[in-house]
Write a protein that binds this ligand. Structure first.
Ligand code: MAN
Ligand code: CA
Ligand code: CA
Length: 491
């Protein structure tokens, strides 16, 4: 066996496995369904359904046949199932009666035509399509009822009630579905010509389904009608349906391989075209350079003037913001100096215990009693603002440092990964900026160490906080002493 043949077999196996595991999509079809609450309208009708015979619909349930002798009722969907040829019916019903034995049972249908009242669990005989019967009464005395029986009919066969259809049914299972504390739930699925019936025993509120029927090679009519019916005879149960929900089923068309393959092919085609055009352009350019060396030089310079790649742009932005920070810090330094001078003045004022002289350039304070209260508050507020600004700036500088470090890492990786080498000037530029940032950070950390602040004015936030605390303490002490002396004068 050649390699190609082996590959084909493996692919076929994979495909068959994946198609077997293909998830099925379900879509609720409200035009083929009814369910409590609000199962029926006020006039007792169910939208899209016809109800005949002894069937009575309310908001809570559809009573197909009451627990009275010889009754029959049917309900049939007015619309054919056109949405999909595959479907699922989720059914909930309660069949209950006083006796240990009840009759006669309930059937659900999917038929080529709408049903009519008749002898088969309330519906007509010689139907075309599927009849799933919940046969309560053991007419043939085989002690095998209640029984669930599936019968497919092509319109030619008559259901044998006396033998419980034992010779006609395709498949079935014996299950007790009468007088259960919770509604009995049934799932009927018709998908890719396989019909399965799963049943819940009605002993719990939450369904636990068990397989009852699985029949293959089932061919049901297209665009059929859903129906449900029930009948009583000499014995009688109530036959109530609380939920008849139909879902159309679709195979999930997973074509990821094909869908992904197409764009990939397109992409390769365009990439190849791009490469070809780039090569043409380069060769033309080369020719031009050789023919006009002077102009080519100018052209190269011009290009570098007008184009800026993303890394260069980010570096430029970082540099600009860094410069802005530097300026703000210089302003802060000036303000802090002023504050420091003011503090010195206040200290000397306290020592002298009298008049205060304003720092150079400031107006002389007229009051001999010292600074006003509102001025103190203003100063304190200023100090708080400055502290918070400094904190913000510190965070900002840290962020810039991180970002520039990341860019540098990226650039280094780009160079190592075989990408075109980066321009050494950009690298140097980046390193300069990083050094600047490191320098600023170091200055912040060093704080009051003057040796680290030779060129750039600096003051650490710790130092600043110490100044604030000292200044506040001084002001408070001053206020305290002054108020004491005022009180003394007053009394
Ligand atoms: C009578 C007849 C039957 C029916 C049983 C149970 O025997 O009406 O057709 O199946 O009662 O109701
Ligand atoms: Ca029977
Ligand atoms: Ca039987």
């Amino acid at each position: 066996m050649t390699l190609t043949a082996i590959g084909a077999v493996v692919c076929a196996l994979l495909l068959s496995t994946s198609s077997a595991q293909d998830p099925v999509q379900r879509k609720f079809e409200y035009k083929h369904s009814f369910r409590a609450p609000n199962l029926a309208q006020r006039d007792g009708s169910i939208p899209f359904w016809m109800i005949t015979g002894d069937a009575i619909a309310s908001g809570e349930q559809l009573r197909l046949a009451p627990s009275m002798r010889s009754r029959k009722g049917i309900a049939w969907n007015k619309r054919p199932m056109v949405e999909s040829e595959h479907f699922e019916i989720d059914l909930s019903f309660k069949i209950s009666g006083q006796g240990r034995i009840g009759a006669d049972g309930l059937a659900i249908w999917y038929t080529a035509q709408q049903g009519t009242l008749g002898p088969v669990f309330g519906s007509n005989d010689y139907w075309t399509g599927m009849g799933l019967m919940f046969d309560s009464f053991d007419n043939d005395g085989q002690k095998n009822n209640p029984f669930v029986a599936l019968m497919i009919n092509d319109g030619t066969r008559s259901y044998d009630h006396q033998t419980d259809g034992s010779q006609q049914m395709l498949s079935g299972c014996q299950r007790d579905f009468r007088n259960k504390p919770f509604p009995v739930r049934v799932k009927v699925q018709y998908y890719k010509n396989v019909l399965t019936v799963l049943m819940h025993d009605g002993m719990t509120a939450q369904p636990r389904y068990e397989l009852c029927i699985r029949a293959e090679n089932i061919f049901l009519p297209r665009n059929g009608y859903f129906g449900i019916s029930a009948a009583t005879g000499g014995l009688a149960d109530d036959h109530d349906v609380t939920d008849f929900s139909v879902y159309s089923l679709f195979a999930e068309h997973r074509q990821p391989a094909q869908q992904q393959q197409m764009p990939q092919e397109e992409k390769q085609k365009y990439d190849a075209e791009f490469e070809r055009q780039m090569k043409d352009f380069e060769s033309e350019r080369q020719k031009f350079k050789e023919a006009h060396p002077d102009k080519a030089k100018d052209e190269d310079e011009d290009l570098s003037k007008y184009f800026e790649d993303s890394n260069a742009r980010e570096l430029r932005l970082i540099y600009e913001s860094q410069t802005a920070i530097h300026q703000v810090m210089q302003q802060m330094e000036t303000k802090l100096r002023e504050i420091s001078q003011q503090q010195n003045v206040h200290t000397s004022m306290l020592q002298q215990g009298g008049a205060v002289a304003q720092p150079a350039g400031g107006a002389a304070q007229a009051q001999g009693t010292g600074i006003m209260q509102h001025e103190k508050n203003e100063m304190l507020q200023n100090l708080r603002d400055l502290t918070s600004s400094l904190r913000d700036m510190k965070n900002y500088v840290n962020e810039i440092f991180t970002r520039s470090y990341n860019i540098e890492q990226k650039l280094n990786q780009g160079g190592a990964g075989g990408a075109p080498q980066q321009d050494p000037s950009i690298k140097a530029y980046l390193e300069n900026i990083q050094n600047d940032v490191r320098h600023m950070k170091a200055q912040q950390q060093v704080g009051g160490n003057k040796s680290a602040c030779d060129n750039i004015p600096c003051l650490s936030s710790t130092m600043f906080m110490i100044i604030c605390v000292v200044q506040s303490a001084v002001i408070l002490t001053f206020v305290y002493f002054r108020s004491k002396s005022d009180k003394a004068k007053f009394y």
